[in-house]
Design a protein around this ligand. Sequence first.
Ligand code: ZN
Ligand code: ZN
Length: 331
Amino acid sequence: MNAVDRALLARLAERPAFHKGRYRNPDRTPRHGLRSFLRWQRETGGRFPTGQAFPLLTPTPEQLQAPAQQPRITWIGHASFLCQMGDINLLTDPVFAERASPVQWAGPRRFTPPALQVADLPPIHKVLISHNHYDHLDRDTVLALHRRFGEQITWYVPQGVGQWFRRRGIHTLVELGWWQSSRDARSEAFFVPAQHFSGRGPHDSNRTLWGGWIIDIDDFRLYFAGDTGYGSCFSEIGDVFGGMDVALLPIGAYAPRWFMQPVHVDPAEAVRIHQDVRARQSIAMHWGTFVLTDEPMDEPPQALRLALAAAGLADTDFQTLQHGETFILDA
Ligand code: ZN
Ligand code: ZN
């Protein structure tokens, strides 16, 4: 594992991200207002595909209970992974809901069911939350995890999101701004920028922060990028950390480009992030699960393969898992 450039990290942490009560991206990005949103909705037909499904693998609880000699990563769907390192089990953006929405009768529907339920999980010790959008932060899932595991879980949340948890009686929180870090006996977590936005309703846009997490556990480094467009922050992340063992990177929700480019990378841009952050291995996420945007549901992995070939990389460098599939890092 490469040493962290602490001096550069400290310099970057001094850069303000908060401006007049709202957070903003490191690179200036256009803000699409209601008009653009309505134009997109008008140009988009009914987009829920029928008669098509992805394979859904179901990992057995026995498989998941065994300690992970080598880092073991299971894709639950969308941005939700179960990452197992030794005897530490971690979840990223756990969402088990049928809809990514404030209500379960409207909003983006789930296309592929979650590969695991809360009851199937081994003991969870850490949960990383990238931002407060509904497809990343789901109230019912958080409450179910809290009921089952209580204060055994440390929740890693972006600056400003802690209040949402405290209101629900959850206080075992690590709440960080960009380039800040927090250490415990066996691990150190860093919150890093992404190019995105936040908000759960009409009045809280960009009031809380968004970003990615890097966590060093023993001598393994995991990077979970969250939701992001392509920006200058990724080469900075590469400079500070010098490399990742595994990067979990988004490849879906990119069409139409005129609307999505500032906030969601396409597969070719995801490959640039893989290179910028110097990932030894990347795994694709944020596709094939919720119907959020206009690209065909099965397009992102195909486009990823083309982008990897164009960059002279192998398919194995940046893998697409099936829902429920487990990836085990080579020794
Ligand atoms: Zn988002
Ligand atoms: Zn998302």
